[in-house]
Design a protein around this ligand. Structure first.
Ligand SMILES: Cc1cc2nc3c(=O)[nH]c(=O)nc-3n(C[C@H](O)[C@H](O)[C@H](O)COP(=O)(O)O)c2cc1C
Length: 471
């Protein structure tokens, strides 16, 4: 049978592109009007997508006001679960700040209320812009060196809590006066460096056997954490060659831990600009990119490439003006250094590869100085970029799936309303025609649709971290 894509959809109030709300047809009302992202849940379900999500957000960024307000993903999921039947919800948490007992209660509650559609989206970052550490000061925050130790403890405690009750815990013996089976629970008794938790959980056990854990990160520790404890990796998109290598490396890592690599899904983020024709899609993409000011361009190229471009128009082709053979592995970082926030770290290992496999592959060979500057500024943060009609989009997805770069994608609509509907109305049917995407949900639960379920009582998922990790 044809391997099928898994598809998630991002639910950020004003969309993903920092500037796209300025389009005449875009609404910025998702900043204060929940109906915009509630509709995202409905659209996702209409398209038979796997889940919706919004990343973890504990920082305050008053210098980036269009992003300052982000809805809480657990509350949103609880609400949206009531108006949907099949689509899943990622509850985003940062294990460096949050407590596993609270999160276990949220997940168990959501999983019961949604009938098995909850997932965990876990990040560990501590030094993001706007400093979450400033908002959680005095709460035993880990350092970069210990954040994965805390993440492992967090996940293990969480799994133990979610497994601390048998599903058939109710006895309901009215005559004998026994409501709950006394042997239906297990004490947790976890004592680690960061957490001490006794349990059991004081909420009913989840419907799903193993609530999917979707993790992100860039470091080797992140890969190791995922191979041990996660089910889905929300990965950076690195192009075909590098993506293929990373995909294999990760699947091998999972297999080396004795887990089934087929069940472990690798899903990069993709921002998409889809329209009825390639020309329209490209025009919309250009219209959004053009909101980015370009007065810095000559200075930026001088800094990155050491060339004087005074008087050269930004519409000149990169190939005609620059000697790309002199491009170094981290040249593009310098190109946007003064304009790109520090948190938008470089994720590809080599800018030369990224330029070839992502920038040229997306925009064609005629990329101008302005295009490259704006694309680097707006899209260097790990996302794939899809510009085109339904066929072009489906070709891109099919090619990446067949080449072994990914198992699915997390879609980031650049703005609302419109793009999410367009994807579901134009691209999903094309994918279905090609046998690349489901026409009906296969299962009632999210783990069933994602195909991630393992034995929830597998000791590897609940065993305390190895002593070596709890330095
Ligand atoms: C694809 C991707 C998406 C991310 N999304 C978020 C996010 O939504 N919220 C957040 O606080 N950090 C996010 N991060 C940053 C991570 O918090 C941070 O990079 C990571 O968890 C820290 O571990 P590392 O040192 O392994 O990168 C993201 C990172 C990647 C690679």
């Amino acid at each position: 049978m044809r391997k099928k894509l898994r598809i998630g959809l991002a639910a950020y109030g004003t969309g993903w592109d920092i500037q796209a709300w300025r389009l005449p047809e875009a609404t910025s009302s998702g900043l204060y009007d929940p109906s915009v992202i509630v509709d995202i849940a409905r659209i996702a379900e209409r398209g038979r997508l796997d889940y919706i999500f919004a990343g973890s957000s504990l920082a305050s960024e008053p210098d980036r006001l269009q992003r300052i307000h982000r809805w809480d993903s657990a509350v949103f999921a609880g609400y949206a679960a009531a108006i949907t039947r099949n689509v899943g919800f990622l509850v985003s948490v940062n294990s460096s700040f949050e407590h596993p007992f609270t999160v276990a209660r949220q997940l168990a509650t959501l999983d019961n209320f949604s009938n098995g559609r909850a997932a965990l989206n876990v990040v560990m970052g501590i030094d993001r812009e706007g400093g979450p550490h400033l908002n959680y000061a005095g709460t035993n925050i880990p350092t970069d060196a210990t954040k994965y130790e805390r993440a492992r403890e967090f996940t293990v405690v969480l799994n133990q809590l979610l497994n601390s009750w048998d599903r058939d815990f109710v006895l309901d013996d009215k005559e004998g006066g026994v409501l709950v089976r006394p042997d239906a629970w297990r004490r947790v008794d976890f004592k680690g460096r960061f957490f001490e938790v006794r349990g059991p959980l004081n909420a009913p056990p989840p419907v799903q056997r193993q609530i999917p854990n979707v993790h992100v990160g860039q470091s080797q520790e992140s890969l190791d954490y995922g191979a041990d404890l996660a089910h889905v990796r929300f990965s950076p998109y690195l192009g075909i060659d590098e993506g293929k290598r990373e995909y294999r490396r990760l699947k091998d890592l999972v297999a080396a831990r004795g887990r089934d690599p087929e069940r472990f899904k690798i899903i990069p983020g993709v921002t998409f600009y889809v329209a009825g024709t390639n020309r329209e899609a490209r025009a919309k993409f250009n219209e959004i990119e053009a909101f980015q000011h370009t007065t810095q361009i000559p200075a930026a190229y001088a800094r990155a490439f050491g060339v004087d471009l005074t008087g050269v128009r930004e519409t000149e082709r990169v190939r005609d003006v620059l000697d790309l053979s002199t491009l170094a592995a981290d040249t593009l970082k310098d190109l946007v250094r003064d304009d790109a926030p520090a948190a938008r770290g470089r994720l590809s290992s080599d800018d030369r590869v990224w330029l070839r496999d992502v920038v040229f592959a997306t925009l064609g060979e005629d990329v101008t100085l302005g295009d490259l500057y704006r694309f680097t500024l707006n899209h260097r943060y790990a996302q794939g970029v899809l510009v085109g009609d339904a066929r072009t989009a489906a070709d891109w997805l099919e090619n990446n799936l067949d080449e072994g770069v990914l198992d699915g994608v997390q879609l980031f609509p650049p703005y609302h309303r419109g793009p999410a509907d367009t994807f579901v109305d134009l691209v999903v049917p094309e994918l279905q025609r090609r046998g690349l995407f489901r026409t009906e949900y296969e299962a009632r639960t999210l783990e069933g649709n994602l195909g991630t379920t393992e034995d929830a009582t597998d000791p590897r998922l609940t065993a305390p971290p190895e002593p070596a990790l709890s330095r």
